[in-house]
Design a protein around this ligand. Structure first.
Ligand SMILES: C[S@@+](CC[C@H](N)C(=O)[O-])C[C@H]1O[C@@H](n2cnc3c(N)ncnc32)[C@H](O)[C@@H]1O
Length: 284
């Protein structure tokens, strides 16, 4: 490791914090509020150390000039948390089983988007749920798009292998049905079975720059990412997501994320569940 000067040991200067703040906002929509300097400093210090840079300026230049975009991704990984879990916020999965899927009976394909999917636990939970409820037919009928800005988490997601303790929220039936227990050097790990993995398409996507060609989706999970955005950014993201929903489609947000104060054309259904009005019926 290179000499670290005094950088990792000292908090960011105001001007340095301001530069990172602007970069994170412009690129990812991240709202690093004043008062977060210490947190940002600590996380960045670790990242700078890892990157081999010795000064803030050197690090900053590398991030903005890196043609691969990898350094920017490492920066966002350092500034956000990728925390996730299988069947996190189980009310959403209850709703998926008890209301969303029965409503799809007799209809065509089911398109679901896990926006900000992190390391894959969320879209794989959705896939397992659909396989349990619809059986093997779901493989033909269901398309799950899972996106995140971070290529690091996406490569973990695509591998679909996790240490056993990550499966605390998964029932013994689901463990048997959808996971393979690792052996040898993979002892203590499970891998999501291929038929479940095949139901999910992973793709890199920055919610600040969504492509025009996407959707429509009957259901969008956009959970625990909007907490990083300020209100104007949340407003833009929710409006765009609404545009990607089919009429009558649902948006799930994280339970700690409220759409209060945001203008949207969605109907409140239950905590963290919103619905786009359908053409045919007026939603209550
Ligand atoms: C806390 S995780 C949420 C994972 C999952 N949705 C859940 O609720 O368990 C937040 C994820 O948002 C991603 N993220 C942050 N900013 C983003 C952006 N502008 N576009 C897409 N993904 C973003 C991060 O890389 C991270 O994986």
């Amino acid at each position: 490791m290179p000499a670290l000067d005094n950088f990792p040991c000292r908090p960011l200067r105001d001007s340095e914090f301001a530069r990172i703040r602007k970069l994170a906002y412009d690129t990812f929509g991240l709202d690093l509020k004043a008062g977060k300097e210490t947190l940002v400093s600590t996380r960045l210090a670790r990242e700078i150390h890892r990157s081999g840079c010795t000064t803030f300026d050197q690090y900053y230049r590398r991030v903005v000039e890196d043609p691969t975009g990898e350094s920017l991704i490492n920066l966002i990984d350092a500034l956000t948390t990728n925390h996730t879990a299988f069947f996190r916020e189980p009310q959403h999965f209850d709703f998926l089983r008890s209301r969303f899927l029965p409503e799809q009976a007799g209809r065509g394909n089911i398109d679901i988007w896990s926006a900000a999917c992190s390391s894959g636990e969320e879209p794989y939970s959705i896939a397992m749920c659909l396989l349990d409820e619809l059986g093997a037919a779901s493989k033909q009928r269901v398309r799950i798009l899972a996106t995140d800005i971070s290529t690091r988490v996406l490569s973990k997601a695509a591998r679909g292998a996790y240490p056993a303790e990550r499966f605390d929220g998964v029932s013994p039936h689901q463990l048997r049905a959808h996971l393979l227990r690792g052996e040898g050097r993979w002892a203590g790990w499970y891998r999501v079975k291929k038929d479940v993995r095949d139901m999910v398409e992973f793709r890199r996507l920055n919610l600040m720059e969504p492509p025009a060609q996407l959707g429509p989706f009957g259901l969008i999970f956009c959970r625990n990412v909007m907490i990083y955005f300020d209100k104007p950014t949340q407003q833009r993201v929710v409006q765009r997501l609404t545009g990607y929903l089919s009429p009558g489609g649902y948006l799930f947000t994280g339970h700690s994320e409220s759409l209060t104060g945001i203008e949207h054309g969605l109907t409140y259904v239950l905590p963290a569940i919103y619905r786009k009005p359908s053409f045919a019926s007026r939603e209550r």
